[in-house]
Ligand binder design. Structure first.
Ligand SMILES: [Zn+2]
Length: 158
């Protein structure tokens, strides 16, 4: 079984971010009427993730998440799709789902103060979203996410 592409409705936005953290193509349907969500899932061949029982019933192949708790939702997705990755992968922008690409800043270009340039000079790779330009790197933020993913999936590599 290969992993599907996902469409998360607005009640599971945090789950959508975690799916992007592990590299999954996950669109986030915000402010759309139900019929447009159903149509988008069909048109783009995505599995809908929703907490809305009626919406799930209208959308073939969708995954209903009954719990409001992020960890429970994650476990539900993994139970249905055991091949779901469990570690951070720099492949998808958590802001917009754009593709991440290796990023080498041009010499002399204006420098984003948030990026740890001393570590970049020491070989830390940077990734940039091809869509919105957001830059990512391995840091304290990703360490926290890795810890959480590991706690959610005992025995999984990470
Ligand atoms: Zn982006």
């Amino acid at each position: 079984m290969t992993l599907p592409r996902w469409l998360a409705d607005e009640m599971v936005g945090r789950l959508a971010r975690y799916l992007r953290f592990v590299g999954c193509d996950t669109e986030y349907a915000r402010g759309l009427p139900d019929e447009e969500i159903v149509e988008r899932a069909r048109r783009e061949d995505r599995v809908l993730l929703t907490r809305d029982r009626a919406l799930a019933a209208r959308c073939p192949g969708s995954l209903l998440l009954t719990s409001p708790n992020l960890e429970d939702q994650w476990r539900t997705v993994r139970a249905a799709y055991p091949e779901l990755p469990t570690t951070v992968a720099f492949r998808r922008c958590t802001e917009c789902n754009g593709r991440l690409e290796p990023f080498t800043p041009a010499p002399g270009a204006p420098r984003d103060e948030r990026i740890p340039w001393d570590r970049v000079a020491g070989g830390l790779p940077l990734y940039r979203c091809a869509n919105c330009g957001h830059v990512y790197w391995e840091g304290t933020h990703t360490a926290g996410i890795r810890d959480r993913l590991r706690a959610w999936t005992p025995g999984a590599p990470g």
